[in-house]
Each structure stands twice: as structure tokens, then as C-alpha cells.
Design a protein. Structure first.
Lengths: 197, 568
């Protein structure tokens, strides 16, 4: 049993107390080792398995929902299907294959099948080697932008898919669709988490 | 709101025609209708009724299938305007289709267009500042361009007139270079902005940092609600809290019973009557049926937005005006200006980690011009000046993309706001250069077979020197204010990014060197008025829309008075 499985087991014990929906979620995430529990619109099954494992490893379930709990993987596949043109779609597929090929070469298996330790080593290497996004002003870059590469680009997409989900936006972050006023200074403790909108 | 009368085709003759329904066209319609003139507004695009036609105004990200993402088909319609970075699924329907409306970039120029009722008044930044005699006297003093035919005293009552109806929020300061408007209560600065303001004003004599002056209601006005701080303005405001033609001027015009608005009307030209020596009407092409129709009127206001207005005038040829209506001077199409964009500095602010704010304020801070004032430091590197916009706030989960971390703690850490960041970005004045120009291109036609524009304009040495100074000053101010990790930037955007196109049919004192007189009448064809950005003789460094509003109201009232005297 690796560390990741141990975490899952302890979470399972907590989840059992918390109720059936959590338990069901965990069972589904265990089952995904073998086959996908969702039907991709764009990605092939192997590529979808990569995406789900990337999302799960970047944003695992803790006391707050994980990336898979809010279906970040399913949403990203939808984005690939509906907002990417053909060239962009082909690039995604090529980049996933290359990412997996690199994993195989270094760690012997594709990303989804790696141990938690190897996944962490893989992510750390990409973190160290991926250029960063430029700062933004009014939604636009300031300064020059060099390509951030597949890893950081996907990381950014996963964060967006996660934090723009209804579960996180409404129930985890501080949600106030119609503030009605602007208060320029107030204690953070009165708000708690970041505003979602 | 009552429905608009769109039944123009039963009546081909009006007292007045207004071409365009954006910020200036809306004001022309209101003033003319309220003076009792039967007024036809010709709109290139569709009707957008306030609230009714704001389909995305309340959507949260997750309520849209792609959470604001655009499909490849949508993106393909905006190869030009999309460069602004402002087009997403929640406002795409308010941006013009670049494929149906091509233009040619002889030099790079980003042109943002909005072809529907209300035009760019639905999308604008709402920063509203009076110009001063520093601006109206600038050309005369340093010899660039021609002298404005008006001074601040000529426009001052009209600023008052439009401000009281539009609703401008801000703080009165008594600065000569940035005269106070009639203000609704100002919006609040946040903790960090207050801190930076104190430091800058203490360390730099003669510099002020103020909350932006904006066309947002901070108190209800004339049945419109106040700002709810949702910052979803570019989708249309359900409260009517910000100024748009749709929420403010066109409903007022409609209430008189004198307004007819005709959508899907591609204006081909203004028709000149050689016998009478004045314009007799406007020729349009119906965008849906391609039918040609001529509407007649005693006076015509051309408010199609700076470059589109000039395109119409250039296309309005006659024996009297073979090179375009009002082009005796040869200046029609010339002296195109904009404001420079995205040059400044940003940094982080320490010490306010336990502080936050509430509300999404559709506004930031403003640092009024402080160089080359009447009394104060003069530069030997450039003429004119620049101001800054900017603001502060705490970074959110987006900062996670660059953090070298992943996993559960990483994720949970992103639930809390990140460091305070603060930035300022300069807007520099652009001089009027004859060679910065647009002209008709008969080789590239739009969807309706009409000639399009070629745009041939660029920043020159003075603008680049202003930008250099703005960048250096920005960095110096933020560093001396105690910010950390201060980074200066200059994106070197081409013209157009400021979305403040001005000039190409300038006002002036002499018909030999200008297109319009001091009341915005076309020289030689005085029943045609141009009161959008095309009329501007210089560009100031100050946002121009409030000045368009005031010039429009002034010209419309002059037109009514001249009509009564039977002078037009």
C-alpha cells in the first residue's frame, strides 16, 4: 500500500461517518484505476485517464472537495471539445502523449499509473522547468510572455475549472453575487475565504 | 420602458437625423427630441433594449456551459477587436463582427467596434473627467495642430448640463488641470490605495491620487438605481447604474414621443443638395434586405464613432465636395489620435494581510497630470503630459498557476486571498499629426459592398518620450511608496488600444485647416454636425467621453436655436 492509498483509506473512514455521497465518490475514484467513470466528449479513454489523474494529483480531496469531486476533468474535456479549434485539439493530444512518454521513460509507466511518489517527482520537475505566466493588468499581460508549456498551462486550466465550479464558487469561497456596496477596508476575518466572483 | 418606435419606413422625412446611437448619438437624440424635433436615429446594428436585451447580466461563471469561454466560431468573428483581450462569452454579443466589417492596417491599429443600439456606451470604461484650458489652449501654445475654436468657458455650462443628467461620482479637489464635475458621492479607496495615496502625496509635491471619477450612480437618479458593485458592467446593467445610451439618453429621447430609431441601417452617405447648398438627407442600405432608402431632414448629426463618422463623410461625395463632405481643407481623415496604453509599474504591498474589502468596484484610482502644467515642473523631453489609472487589490486563486506547489495544502492555501498588489498605468497625450490618417479603400468592401477604411497611423517621438517618462515615474512612485518587487512595464501597444480614437474631422477656427467650426458644424455644409471623437482638435491625456457628451449637447442646442432663426 503506497502513501496515496493510505490517505484514501483514512479518508474512507472519515467519509463513512460523513455519509453515503462521500463514500460513493471515493468508490468511484478507486474504480477509475481500471476504467473511466465518465464518457469524454473529446479525449480518448487513455488521455482522459491522464487528465483525471493530473486533476486529482494537483487538487486532491481534503477537507474541501477535490478536483474530481467538482468534475474539473469533465469540464476541461468539454473545453477541449467546444472551445479549441482543430489545431488546438491536436496539440493537446500530442502534448498529453509527450507528457506520458516522458513519464514512461523516466518512471516506467504513464502518468496515471505512477505511484504518488513518482507523480510528485514528475510534478516537481515540471514546476522547476516551466516558465511562469506574466503579471496581468486589466486582464492583459504586462511584459513579454514566453510559452509556459503544457504542464503550467494545464495547471492553470485545472485551477480555473476547479474555482469556477458552482460547488467551490458558491459553497467554499465567499460568494456574494450582489454586494450592494463597496467597503474598502474590513477585517479579513469577517469574510473568511477569498471572494469567488 | 416603453418600446422604441422602429417604424421609420412609413415616414421618410424628419426634422433631424442622428447617425449612430452611442454616447454622443444618444445625447444628440435626447437634446433634439426634447427640443421638439422629430428625430430619426439610424443604427447600424440591432435594437438593444435596456435590461430586456442583456442576456448575460446576472450569470455566474458556472451558469454558462463554457464558463465564459468562446467557441472557435465566435473567436473567428473577432480577429481584430479580440486583440483587446476584453471579448468573452458574457459580452461577445456586444462586439462587432470583424469579418463583415473589415478594415486595413497599413500600420498596426486595433479598432474596437460595437454595432448595436447603444454602441460602445455599453462597453466603455466610464472614466469621466472634464478637460481644462490646459487642453484647449495646448495647440495654440506649442504650435502642434490647429487652435481649438473653443475654450473651457464655452463648454463649462454644457459639462454641468450633461453631468447632472448622466450622474458622475467623484471627489472635488479644485485642481486647475482637472476641473471638478457636479459629483455624486465618491466611491471608496481600499486600505492599500489609501496607504499609497498618503505616501505619494507626501513624497511628491503637486501629485494627487484620487478615486476615479466615473459615470456610475452612487445614489439613485431619475429612476435609475445605484451601483451594486457587481462589476459586470459590460454585460449591461440591470439597475441602469452606469451611463449608457440604452439606460439613460435614449429612454429620455423616447419619452418625448419624438424619437424613431431605425436598426439595421448601414449609412452609405450624407446626401448633399447642390441647389440648396446644404445636406438634404442620408442614404442607407438596409442591412437585412440590402434595400437603399434616402431619409430627409433639416439637420443631420453624424455620431457613428470617430472613424466610422469620417468614413461616412469621405464616402459622401458631390460636385461641391468631390473629396468628401466638408473636405475643402484636405484635413478630413487626418490627425488621428488615441491615448497610449499599458505603460507603468506594479508591485506588492506588505502590512495589510488581515485586511480585505467587500464589493467589486468598477473603478480604480487616478493620478491627474502633473508635468508641464502652467505652474510646475516643465520637461525638456516632450510637450503635453500623461495621467495614470490603476488600483490595488488582493490576488486570488489565479496566483496558484505560478506557485511551485501542488496537492492538498496548495489547494487549501488558495482559498485565502493572496498578497496585496497595486499598479498604475499611464495614458499619454497624442499630438495631432497630419500624416496619421485614414482613407477610403475601394479594393476591400464590407458585407454590403461599401468601401472600407485603411488606417495608417503610429506613435511618434513625443508619445514615446511621454511613455518613457510615465514608466520611469510609475516605478519611482511605487518604490518610494514602499512597495516591494516593483516591476515596470511598457507593452508598446500600437494605436487603437486606448480605444480613445480622436480627430480625423477636427474643429478649428479656419475652414482652410479644419473640417468643423466652433459649433461642430461642417464648414461649407452647416446643417451637418459632427460631435463624436472625430471632432477633436487635440487629444489631452484625459479620457474624452464626457467632453463628447458636452460638445454634443452644446451643438444640438445651437442647432435648435439656428433652426428657429431659420439659419439652417
Amino acid at each position: 500500500m503506497n502513501r496515496r492509498d493510505a490517505l484514501k483509506k483514512s479518508a474512507l473512514a472519515l467519509g463513512a461517518a460523513a455519509g453515503a455521497p462521500t463514500l460513493l465518490g471515493l468508490l468511484q475514484s478507486c474504480a477509475q484505476q481500471d476504467r473511466l467513470t465518465w464518457t469524454p466528449r473529446f479525449l480518448g479513454e487513455d488521455h482522459a485517464r491522464f487528465l483525471s489523474s493530473f486533476v486529482d494529483f494537483l487538487l486532491p480531496k481534503t477537507e474541501t472537495p477535490g478536483g474530481l469531486d467538482v468534475k474539473a476533468d469533465i469540464f476541461i474535456d468539454l473545453m477541449y471539445a467546444k472551445t479549441y479549434d482543430e489545431a488546438g485539439q491536436k496539440q493537446v493530444v500530442d502534448q498529453i502523449e509527450k507528457f506520458n512518454a516522458d513519464c514512461k521513460e523516466k518512471y516506467g509507466k504513464v502518468f496515471a499509473e505512477l505511484s504518488a511518489q513518482d507523480k510528485a517527482a514528475c510534478f516537481k520537475e515540471h514546476e522547476a522547468n516551466s516558465p511562469k505566466f506574466p503579471k496581468k493588468v486589466w486582464g492583459g499581460d504586462v511584459g513579454p510572455r514566453e510559452p509556459v508549456g503544457f504542464y503550467r498551462g494545464l495547471k492553470s486550466t485545472v485551477l480555473w475549472a476547479y474555482f469556477s465550479s458552482e460547488e467551490i464558487g458558491k459553497n467554499v469561497l465567499s460568494y456574494d453575487p450582489i454586494p450592494g456596496e463597496y467597503r474598502g477596508c474590513m477585517p479579513l476575518s469577517e469574510v473568511g475565504n477569498t471572494w469567488s466572483l | 420602458m416603453a418600446n422604441f418606435n422602429i417604424d421609420a419606413d412609413k415616414n421618410l422625412t424628419y426634422d433631424a437625423i442622428v447617425i449612430g446611437s452611442g454616447i454622443s448619438g444618444g445625447w444628440a437624440a435626447k437634446e433634439l427630441c426634447e427640443a421638439g424635433l422629430k428625430t430619426l436615429v439610424l443604427e447600424r446594428g440591432r435594437i438593444v433594449e435596456h435590461v430586456v436585451d442583456y442576456p448575460t447580466m446576472t450569470l455566474d461563471p458556472w451558469e454558462h456551459e463554457l464558463r465564459g469561454g468562446l467557441t472557435p466560431e465566435q473567436k473567428a468573428k473577432h480577429p481584430k477587436g479580440g486583440r483587446s483581450g476584453f471579448i468573452g462569452a458574457f459580452n461577445e454579443h456586444f462586439h462587432a463582427n470583424d469579418l463583415e466589417n473589415p478594415y486595413t492596417e497599413v500600420k498596426p491599429f486595433m479598432w474596437v467596434r460595437a454595432h448595436q443600439m447603444g454602441g460602445r456606451s455599453l462597453l466603455w470604461g466610464k472614466q469621466t473627467y472634464r478637460w481644462s484650458d490646459l487642453d484647449f489652449e495646448a495647440n495654440a501654445k506649442d504650435g502642434h495642430g490647429v487652435d481649438w475654436p473653443i475654450r473651457y468657458k464655452d463648454i463649462e455650462p454644457w459639462y454641468t448640463h450633461v453631468e447632472k443628467f448622466a450622474g458622475i461620482s467623484g471627489e472635488a479637489l479644485g485642481l486647475p488641470q482637472l476641473p471638478d464635475s457636479h459629483f455624486l458621492p465618491p466611491m471608496e479607496l481600499n486600505c492599500v490605495e489609501k496607504h499609497v495615496k498618503e505616501r505619494i502625496e507626501k513624497d511628491f509635491k503637486g501629485r494627487n491620487m484620487i478615486i476615479g471619477r466615473v459615470a456610475h450612480l452612487t445614489e439613485p437618479l431619475n429612476g435609475r438605481g445605484k451601483c451594486q458593485f457587481r462589476n459586470r458592467c459590460d454585460r449591461g446593467c440591470p439597475y441602469g447604474a452606469y451611463f449608457s445610451s440604452n439606460a439613460v439618453t435614449l429612454p429620455a429621447a423616447n419619452a418625448t414621443g419624438n424619437l424613431t430609431i431605425r436598426p439595421f441601417s448601414i449609412v452609405q452617405s450624407v446626401v448633399y443638395d447642390e441647389q440648396k447648398g446644404k445636406a438634404s438627407g442620408v442614404r442607407i442600405i438596409d442591412a437585412e434586405t440590402s434595400e437603399e432608402i434616402v431619409y430627409k431632414a433639416k439637420i443631420i448629426f453624424v455620431n457613428a464613432s470617430t472613424l466610422s463618422t469620417t468614413q461616412i463623410l469621405l464616402n459622401s461625395t458631390s460636385s461641391r465636395f468631390p473629396n468628401g463632405l466638408g473636405n475643402d481643407s484636405g484635413e478630413l481623415g487626418h490627425n488621428l489620435m488615441d491615448h497610449t496604453y499599458r505603460v507603468g509599474a506594479m508591485g506588492t504591498v506588505e502590512g495589510f494581510e488581515d485586511q480585505y474589502y467587500k464589493g467589486r468596484r468598477p473603478n480604480g484610482i487616478y493620478i491627474p497630470r502633473y508635468v508641464n502644467l502652467k505652474d510646475g515642473p516643465q520637461s525638456d523631453k516632450f510637450v503635453r503630459g500623461f495621467g495614470f489609472q490603476g488600483g490595488g487589490g488582493r490576488s486570488g486563486w489565479g496566483a496558484g498557476s505560478n506557485q511551485e506547489a501542488f496537492g492538498g495544502d496548495f489547494k487549501d492555501g488558495l482559498m485565502k486571498p493572496g498578497p496585496w498588489e497595486f499598479f498604475i498605468t499611464g495614458f499619454s497625450e497624442c499630438l495631432p499629426y497630419h500624416e496619421n490618417q485614414v482613407y477610403l479603400n475601394k479594393d476591400v468592401l464590407d458585407k454590403w459592398g461599401q468601401p472600407t477604411l485603411s488606417i495608417d497611423a503610429e506613435w511618434k517621438a513625443n508619445e514615446l518620450a511621454l511613455n518613457d517618462q510615465a514608466r520611469q515615474d510609475a516605478k519611482e512612485m511605487l518604490e518610494r511608496a514602499g512597495l516591494k518587487d516593483v516591476m515596470e512595464f511598457d507593452n508598446k501597444h500600437e494605436m487603437g488600444y486606448g480605444i480613445h480614437e480622436m480627430g480625423t474631422a477636427r474643429m478649428g477656427r479656419d475652414p482652410k485647416t479644419s473640417v468643423l467650426n466652433g459649433n461642430n458644424q461642417v464648414h461649407g455644409c452647416e446643417n451637418v454636425f459632427v460631435t463624436d471623437g472625430a471632432c477633436m482638435t487635440s487629444s489631452s491625456c484625459v479620457n474624452p467621453s464626457l467632453t463628447y457628451m458636452a460638445l454634443t449637447a452644446r451643438a444640438a442646442n445651437h442647432a435648435v436655436s439656428e433652426l428657429k432663426k431659420l439659419n439652417l
